[in-house]
Design a protein around this ligand. Structure first.
Ligand code: DAT
Ligand code: MG
Length: 158
């Protein structure tokens, strides 16, 4: 069932950080109305990155992908809100920026698939695995959003 506490894992990749796009990307999720529940700047280990992309381990670009993701700091985040997994993917655009529409993050801000600046959970199951891989439970911050009553139709403070 649709829930306003649905969560997704979003990461600004090393190219996005180096190109100074952190603020622009966070702005889009904030202004949409999603709630930030975790965020850190981290230089991920190759082991973590190999596990993060384990489903792609047999693809020819896997080693290069892990190397690129390990090339510098990443901004790892958890965003929460109604339909945030699917809507987050729409906001990202297609995997290949060449296929991404203007108005999407990849459509507006990058050019090539191997430097596509942002990661977003791509299925209903993946956020749970990704969030626990990148964050300890205590790093997920529990707080009340004062904007929720203006963003959701039937939301009241508990
Ligand atoms: P997405 O990041 O849109 O979920 P994915 O999970 O299929 O896409 O692939 C993960 C990342 O791997 C993707 O963001 C960029 C890289 N990648 C995918 N296809 C690639 C290709 N054909 N060549 C180089 N890198 C690729
Ligand atoms: Mg993916």
């Amino acid at each position: 069932m649709a829930s306003i506490s649905e969560r997704t894992f979003i990461a600004i990749k090393p190219d996005g950080v180096q190109r100074g796009l952190v603020g622009e990307i966070i702005r889009r999720f904030e202004q949409k109305g999603f709630k930030l529940v975790a965020m850190k700047l981290t230089h991920a280990s190759e082991d973590l990155l190999r596990e993060h992309y384990i489903d792609l381990k047999d693809r020819p670009f896997y080693a290069g992908l892990v190397q690129y993701m390990h090339s510098g700091p990443i901004v790892a985040m958890v965003w929460e809100g109604l339909n945030v997994i699917k809507t987050g993917r729409v906001m990202l655009g297609e995997t290949n920026p060449m296929d991404s529409k203007p108005g999407t993050i990849r459509g507006d801000l990058c050019v090539q698939v191997g430097r596509n600046i942002i990661h977003g959970s791509d299925s209903v199951e993946s956020p749970q695995k990704e969030i626990s891989l990148w964050f300890k439970p205590a790093e997920l911050i529990d707080y009340r959003s004062c904007a929720h009553v203006r963003i959701y139709e039937r939301c009241r403070f508990p």
